[in-house]
Write a protein that binds this ligand. Sequence first.
Ligand SMILES: [Zn+2]
Length: 340
Amino acid sequence: MSDRYVRQRILPEIGPEGQRRLAGSRAVVVGCGALGSFQAQLLARAGVGRLTVVDRDFVERSNLQRQVLFTDADAEAAIPKAVAAERAIASINPEIEVEGVVEDLNSITAEDLLAGADVVCDGTDNFETRYLINDWTVREGIPWVYAGVIGTGGLILPILPGETPCLRCVFETTPPVGSLATCETAGVLGPAVSVVAGIQTVETVKLLVDARDKVLRGLLRYDAWEASFTTVATGGPRPDCPVCVERDFAWLEGRRGSTSARLCGRDAIQLLPLEAGAPPPLRTLAARLGGEWEVSVNDHLLRARRDGMTVHLFRDGRVIVDGTTDEAEARSLAARVLGT
Ligand SMILES: [Zn+2]
């Protein structure tokens, strides 16, 4: 075994057996923003053998204050976060398998993306995706760790299906769109995110080395500015929970959720491909778009800008339109780029 993990292996809490368990584990980090960057980096350094990082977005300069896996050059070139994360992690620890997947986690992609996970780590910024993760993990009996950050603090909740309340037990309904503060309206303190992600990853490691009796039970709230931690006891699963008691997986089965999403913290709409099948090759499309469009393209996405709005077309056919919060306007602009 390499010297890489020696300081961790001599911990009685981990030991050679724990280190072997980590090496034999697969963790899926969903969302590679601030929380996801920290988690993916810490899990890779800890020696989790197989790491999948799923993210639907690309790097922007406003991410760099807190999203530790990315560089200014990644933002300049609009590299997808999953691609940049895979590259960074492979250079941090070449002894593990890491895969960055540029996709949206939704009811169509979830089965493929999450299959084989021993644990799922929440790096998302929205409840729709979290409810989907909750559906899949409860159905499969796989643990996951919820976390959220905003302002100078955040929340952490490990979920052990069958033992502890699931996310729907604790947060019964989706907060109405626009009702929550976002990183854009409220801001977010980078070091506070690192604390929340650090705790979240500690809980993930406990789950992977099978120290389930040590896992945090309850909802932990951290306030960096007050330097305070509080834990709210959550008890057992809610007797009328539609997910972990009645086993109704509405998000996973696509009965809840949507084919478009307003992206957290910015004026942008994501549109999922309406039909199966990839779009035309990005460079072909870029060559076709001329005149009024300001176009740039890399191996992963095409950017076409006009009238203060930017259409980002990914290779999987997804589109993110920046500069609007109006879905109809976003669809119309995307159609013009795709020529449909
Ligand atoms: Zn539940």
